[in-house]
Design a protein around this ligand. Structure first.
Ligand SMILES: Cc1ncc(COP(=O)(O)O)c(C=O)c1O
Length: 409
């Protein structure tokens, strides 16, 4: 007999609180105190931000790191560093945060969307190749939820077409692609330090690169294009002020020290979910490419459409009633179906300089990336946290099984 769903008045699966904790402790306080003792909160001179960048460089085995105020800022700087003429195209994923797009749009470039793989939810060399034109100048891959994109063929494709390759690693700290850290395979890797991410400074974001020229440009793009590194002239180009305070990077430095531990804990929770959820019919689990390791920012699986009452929304609601904080989809719709894309209202008056300069017309509409649309319509997202316990994972599994049985038509 089916267990009565909590949604229908049955007893919820989750009877204990999820594991919780405070991500900040004495380690962050010590770095903050040290920053105050140093006597300056601006990043020039690079005391704390410099220490943070040294830590990142060592951990990632990269030559250069530059820090700024957000992941969006880091991505904007990375796009700016490409020195791409206005009106040219940048390919990216339709399943991402607007932060991946802000830099493209502000640099007067045209976002072009490649469709995603239905199992990893990431764009692929194949889907990117389909939308490359003679106007393409860059690719921004997004390692969604910490799951590495299939980078070898993407790197080859970028090389073949001479495209700047940026990795959006906002959700993917410590994710491994065949033994290599994400962020180190493209020309530039960009990370976010916002409060929701694996590591938090409240807000912040940084880039890593092995290319000295790109590093210098990213550095300048995050600081009004002042040439703080003494590499060229003052104010050669236009750039925003994306500086962060030393206090943010004091916190970030302490947070970085916790990365290995929290990754191991998140991977354990995700492994328990994957083990427990395997084999439920009409539920497709997220796939990680062989030889790769996700950093599990969240855990998202897919339902076969039409099989469960209420589809994704109904399933997520039923899970929440069981005490599991699940959501339908990740973002509500592919980013290109948001108003600013559909109406091309990026700027007041709906004047889009990039399109005018390109001499072409670009339209964003339903059906552009059918797989991305299907993924978001059929996905259920559950949180993963380093504070969750094995018991929490077991309850999540039990709740999914119960809801799947209870809502199956
Ligand atoms: C994939 C992705 N890219 C970029 C960003 C932007 O980061 P931030 O909020 O630090 O600007 C985010 C943040 O949610 C993200 O998830």
């Amino acid at each position: 007999m089916k267990d009565k769903l909590a949604l229908h008045g049955g007893t919820p699966v989750k009877t204990t609180d999820f594991g919780k904790g405070c991500r900040y402790d004495e380690a962050e306080m010590a770095e903050i105190r040290d920053t105050f003792d140093h006597g300056s909160l601006i990043y020039w001179g690079g005391y704390k931000i410099g220490q943070f960048c040294e830590t990142v460089k060592k951990a990632f085995g990269v030559k250069y790191c530059a820090g700024g105020s957000s992941g969006s800022a880091a991505l904007h700087a990375a796009v700016g560093a490409g020195f791409i003429e206005p009106g040219y195209e940048v390919i990216t994923s339709p399943i991402t945060d607007i932060g991946s797009l802000i830099g493209i749009l502000y640099q007067n470039l045209i976002p072009v969307f490649a469709d995603v793989d239905p199992h990893t939810y990431n764009i692929t060399a194949e889907s990117i190749a389909k939308v490359i034109t003679e106007r393409t100048r860059a690719i921004i891959v997004v390692h969604l939820a910490g799951n590495p994109c299939d980078m070898d063929p993407i790197v080859d494709l970028a090389k073949k077409h001479d495209l700047l390759l940026i990795e959006d690693c906002a959700q993917a700290y410590g994710a491994l692609y065949k033994g290599r850290l994400v962020g180190t395979m493209g020309d530039i890797g960009a990370f976010s330090l916002n409060e929701s991410k694996h590591l938090s400074a409240g807000d912040g974001g940084f880039i890593v690169t092995g290319d000295q020229e790109l590093y210098g440009r990213c550095h300048n793009y995050m600081d009004k294009y002042y040439d703080r590194l003494g590499r060229g002239d003052r104010l050669e180009h236009l750039a925003p002020n994306y500086r962060a305070s030393e206090l943010q990077y004091a916190v970030a430095k302490a947070q970085f020290g916790k990365l290995d531990d929290l990754l191991a804990k998140r991977r354990r929770i995700a492994a328990l979910l994957s083990e427990g959820l395997q084999g439920i019919s009409d539920i497709a689990l997220p796939e990680v490419i062989d030889g790769c390791e996700s950093s599990w920012w969240f855990y998202m699986f897919r339902l076969t459409p039409g099989v469960f009452e209420g589809d994704g929304k109904g399933f997520a609601e039923a899970l929440r009633a069981e005490g599991i904080p699940a959501m339908a989809g990740y973002i509500p719709r592919p980013i290109y179906l948001e108003k600013l894309f559909v109406n091309k209202s990026f700027f007041p008056g709906n004047i889009w300089p990039a399109e005018v300069i390109s001499g072409k017309t670009y339209n964003y509409h339903a059906g552009l990336c059918p797989v991305a649309e299907e993924v978001l319509n059929s996905a259920i997202r559950m949180p993963v946290s380093e504070f969750f316990t094995e018991n929490d994972a077991a309850d999540m599994v039990a709740a999914v099984k119960k809801v799947a049985a209870g809502l199956r038509k």
